[in-house]
Design a protein around this ligand. Structure first.
Ligand code: SF4
Length: 338
C-alpha cells in the first residue's frame, strides 16, 4: 500500500473534470470573471480513465467526480462508463449543484455505473439561494435532487456550507428538509479554501455550535466517523433511522487519516485541498511516457506528502497566529472541487 510520510494510505481520488461552473457561490467564487483553463489543457475522458486506472493500481478504491460543475462536461456518462470498468473500485460518486441533473441524465449516469451523488444545497429560501450562488435557481436544484432519487442515485448527500450571518439560521430547516425527503445532510464548516476571499474565522460556525443548535431540536447519538479516513463525523438520529454529518476541517481537523488525492481538470496530482500547486501528469502523459513512468511520478509524489494544513491552521488559531498562515496563493476551490 502506498503510504505518505505520515503513514496515510492513498484510498480516495477526487477528480475535477472541469474548472468551469454555472454558479458563483460566495464561498468558492466570490467574483464574476475567471480565467478558465484553455480547453486543450483539459484532460480528455480517455486520459482521465487511464490515470484513474494507474491510481487504482496504487491503492485507490473510491473515485469522486467533481468540478467546477462536472455536468457542464458533455456526455459525462462516457467517462463514468470507462471508470466503471475498473473492477477494483468500491465507490464511484459525483458532486454537483444539481441544476443540470434531469431525470434522463440521471438515469444515463446510473446506467453507466455511477452509484450516488452529493448535491450542494446551502439555503431553502429562493432569494437567499440566489444571493449565495449569484446565478442559481433553487427550484432547479430541488428538481435535480428529485431526479437523482428517481434514477436511484442513492444515498443522496446534501452539502450545506454554513456561514455565520448568511445562512446559519437555516441549519434546522435544512436538517428537517433532508429528514423529510430521506436524504443525508452534511453541514460543512466554512473554510479558507483557495478563492474564498471573504472567509474569516468569525464567519465559521463550528461543529460544536452546529450540534448545539440541532440538539435543541432533535435527539441524536454522538458517534465518531464512519471510517477513520472519512471527512464527516456522522450522528445517527436517536429514535429513527437516518443520520446527519458534520465536516469540521477548521475546528476539528481530520488530516491524520486523510487518504484523499486530487486530480485537477488540467492533469495535476494535488495532495491537499489547501495546496499551492500539484504535480503535472498531463505533460509527461502527452509526451508519450508509459504507465510505469506515470505510476512512479504518482507514487513518489504521495510518498513525499506531509500535508496537514487544517492541523496547522488549528494550531495557528489556538496561538492567535491565524493571520500568519502561509500567504502563498492556494489552488482555487473551483480547480479542486472540494
Ligand atoms: S487539510 Fe489537507 S491533509 Fe488535512 S484533511 Fe484536508 S486535504 Fe487532507
Amino acid at each position: 500500500m502506498l503510504r505518505d510520510r505520515l503513514q496515510r494510505v492513498l484510498r480516495d481520488l477526487r477528480i475535477s473534470v472541469t474548472d468551469r461552473c454555472n454558479f458563483r457561490c460566495s464561498y468558492c467564487m466570490p467574483h464574476d470573471d475567471y480565467e478558465w483553463s484553455p480547453r486543450e489543457e483539459i484532460l480528455r475522458y480517455e486520459e482521465i480513465a487511464r490515470l484513474a486506472g494507474i491510481f487504482v493500481s496504487l491503492g485507490v478504491r473510491r473515485i469522486h467526480l467533481t468540478g467546477g460543475e462536472p455536468l457542464l462536461r458533455h456526455d459525462l456518462f462516457r467517462l463514468v462508463e470507462m471508470l466503471a470498468l475498473i473492477t477494483e473500485l468500491e465507490d464511484l460518486s459525483l458532486t454537483t449543484n444539481g441544476t443540470l441533473l434531469s431525470v434522463s441524465r440521471a438515469r444515463e449516469l446510473k446506467r453507466a455505473g455511477l452509484k450516488r451523488v452529493n448535491v450542494s444545497l446551502d439555503s431553502l429560501r429562493p432569494e437567499r439561494f440566489r444571493r449565495m450562488t449569484r446565478w442559481g435557481e433553487l427550484g432547479a436544484v430541488l428538481s435535480g435532487i428529485d431526479a437523482a432519487r428517481e434514477a436511484g442515485l442513492q444515498p443522496i448527500k446534501l452539502n450545506m456550507v454554513v456561514i455565520r450571518g448568511v445562512n446559519d439560521d437555516e441549519i434546522v430547516d435544512l436538517f428537517e428538509f433532508a429528514r423529510r425527503e430521506g436524504h443525508q445532510i452534511r453541514f460543512i464548516e466554512y473554510m479558507d479554501v483557495g478563492g474564498a476571499q471573504e472567509w474569516s474565522l468569525e464567519r465559521t460556525v463550528t461543529r460544536r455550535e452546529i450540534l448545539e443548535r440541532l440538539a435543541a431540536h432533535v435527539d441524536f447519538d454522538r458517534e465518531g466517523r464512519s471510517r477513520r479516513d472519512a471527512p464527516a463525523r456522522e450522528y445517527p438520529l436517536a429514535d429513527e433511522g437516518g443520520r446527519f454529518g458534520v465536516v469540521s476541517s477548521v475546528s476539528d481537523p481530520f488530516c491524520s487519516g486523510c487518504s484523499r488525492g486530487r486530480l485537477t481538470a488540467d492533469g495535476r496530482f494535488v495532495t491537499c485541498l489547501f495546496a499551492h500547486d500539484g504535480h503535472d501528469l498531463r505533460t509527461p502523459m502527452r509526451e508519450g511516457r508509459d504507465d510505469a513512468d506515470l505510476r512512479q511520478r504518482i507514487a513518489s509524489t504521495w510518498s513525499n506528502r506531509d500535508d496537514r494544513y487544517s492541523e496547522e491552521r488549528l494550531k495557528a488559531i489556538a496561538s492567535g497566529r491565524i493571520g500568519e498562515l502561509p500567504g502563498q496563493a492556494k489552488l482555487r476551490m473551483i480547480q479542486l472541487g472540494g
